[in-house]
Ligand binder design. Structure first.
Ligand SMILES: [Zn+2]
Length: 233
């Protein structure tokens, strides 16, 4: 890979065993990458990028205007999700037990020590999310173990950045993403079913799909619901 400067834009040029040029602008960081056939020289590559300069600038501008998911501050008035519903966070200072309570279908009361930090508030929220997931997941596992005629040996909840769940087939262990506490319950059940189907079929192939169609006929719309939205932190 080498960097070719076109105007004030750095283009990462890679030669590959391909027939056609591929030009990409990445939405996360605005990086510009160009893949070219092995026999193409730098000059021709540069000419190509120049001919596409207005398109590149347009893409970069579009991406820079896109809304990035905002970091939560854990202050009163902020919106937070719990099993698909949106609540207004209300910080309550207490010297008693630190916990979370849903009130009047509208408020999420977060009881914390006076002067608690954002990190501490986040930790209490996450513990509460985890506790709620751990209350619900066993019922789903039990239900689907019967239907699928399989056994899950171990399961857990953890924070994951890129996946909603994982399955270790050999150990028959599944992990569920903590973020699912913010989503509708049918999303949680879908992920549990998806990971359990991996105990019947390792790969996302036709066989896997036919199991999903059989167990959860509307699984594709649930998947789209999960993946269409940004992770809310
Ligand atoms: Zn999978």
């Amino acid at each position: 890979m080498n960097i070719v400067k076109v105007g004030n834009i750095d283009v990462e040029v890679t030669r590959k065993n391909i027939k056609n040029i591929r030009l990409s602008v990445y939405s996360l960081d605005g990086r510009v990458k160009l893949s070219i056939p092995e026999n193409m020289d730098d000059k021709a590559a540069k000419d190509f990028v120049e001919s596409k300069l207005s398109w590149i600038i347009k893409q970069k501008k579009k991406f820079s205007l896109q809304e990035k998911p905002k970091e939560k501050e854990y202050v009163s008035g902020e919106n937070h999700y719990f099993f698909g519903n949106e609540y207004l966070l209300n910080i309550v200072e207490t010297t008693g037990k630190q916990h979370v309570e849903i009130r009047n279908n509208k408020y999420m009361d977060l009881y914390v020590r006076p002067g608690s930090t954002k990190e501490k508030r986040e930790k209490i929220m996450k513990e509460w999310y985890r506790h709620n997931l751990k209350t619900i997941i066993p019922g789903y596992i039990e239900k689907w173990e019967k239907i699928m005629n399989i056994t899950v040996k171990e399961w857990g909840v953890k924070q994951m950045k890129t996946r909603w769940g994982t399955c270790n087939i050999r150990d028959k262990r599944i992990w569920i993403n903590l973020e699912l506490a913010k989503k509708n319950l049918h999303c949680l059940e879908y992920i549990v079913v998806h990971e359990m189907v991996h105990l019947l079929e390792r790969y996302h192939n036709e066989r896997f799909k036919s199991y999903m169609n059989k167990f959860l006929p509307n699984w594709e719309s649930i998947r789209d619901e999960l993946n269409g939205k940004n992770f809310k932190k």
